[in-house]
Design a protein around this ligand. Structure first.
Ligand SMILES: C[S@@+](CC[C@H](N)C(=O)[O-])C[C@H]1O[C@@H](n2cnc3c(N)ncnc32)[C@H](O)[C@@H]1O
Length: 255
């Protein structure tokens, strides 16, 4: 098959998502369903991710209208419907990297938490950590709540809020900001939830594959405006985003 597609779901029921540029969509959908017996629906992107919720507009090309699936990664079960919420199976390695950085008793704020993949991956690995997840899309928050139960997690509080309201929840050891397109605009909110020693995992888009100086510059400006002292302790190229652009992460320690 000369085209890429994402499969989300389990060995019993999955959906495949194909690119908007694919022309012979019916034939492609049939080929996918023939080769991947677990794929019960094929959806085609009608646009890139749009709006505050960062979801694709998706068209059903073949198979069932019921596109709710349970995806498994790192031993976690994640229920979702890609028509209603953001989810990317390609970010699973990054979630594992972050969970490995968390210390067992950390207080962790997951901003832009979606259906809960970061919070749940961390909670499974660190049952003594205190985790707060904040997400604005009610459908995603409802799935996150189901996923917390599905994975028998006891240490996540899940809020349907704008992350700007996080300031009322006190200070955290670690803050995760997985919204690469605009997380930088919310860095002031992360500062308000920080104390000396807090590590902020800030995601962004960079056109510099090594130093991410464009994003570093924006962090410097924000920190100056809010009189915050910080050090960037590590960075990570996460995934390709567009030609010559990458999803990247800066790990910012508050001094
Ligand atoms: C890139 S998605 C990441 C979701 C999830 N962390 C994941 O990895 O699957 C970003 C999420 O941020 C949410 N979001 C956007 N603006 C927000 C805001 N101001 N407050 C809370 N959530 C927001 C969107 O609805 C979306 O679910």
């Amino acid at each position: 098959m000369g085209y890429a597609f994402d499969v989300i779901g389990s060995k019993d029921k999955a959906v495949a998502i194909i690119d908007s540029k694919i022309e012979n969509e019916k034939q492609v959908a049939q080929d996918i369903m023939k080769q991947h017996k677990n794929v019960k629906s094929v959806l085609k992107k009608k646009s890139g991710r749009t709006g505050v919720y960062r979801i694709y507009s998706l068209k059903l090309v073949a198979g069932s209208r019921d596109t709710e699936v349970i995806h498994k990664e790192h031993g976690c079960f994640l229920k979702l419907d890609p028509k209603k919420v953001y989810f990317s199976p390609r970010e699973s390695t990054e979630r594992k990297r972050i969970a490995e950085k968390v210390k067992p008793k950390d207080s962790v704020l997951v901003m832009f938490s979606g259906i809960g993949p970061y919070a749940i991956t961390i909670a499974k690995k660190h049952p003594k950590a205190n985790i707060v997840a904040i997400e604005i899309n009610l459908d995603a928050v409802i799935y996150a709540e189901k996923n917390i139960k599905l994975n028998k997690i006891k240490n996540i509080k899940n809020y349907c809020w704008d992350v700007r309201e996080a300031r009322y929840l006190g200070k955290f050891d670690r803050i995760i900001m997985p919204l690469p397109e605009t997380a930088i605009e919310f860095l002031d909110s992360a500062f308000l939830s920080s104390k000396k020693g807090t590590v902020i995992h800030l995601y962004g888009i960079s056109n510099e594959p090594k130093k991410f100086s464009d994003l570093r510059k924006k962090v410097k400006e924000m920190a100056k405006t809010f009189n915050i002292k910080y050090k960037i302790i590590s960075d990570q190229k996460v995934l390709p985003y567009a030609p010559k652009m990458w999803k990247v992460r800066l790990d910012i320690k508050i001094l």
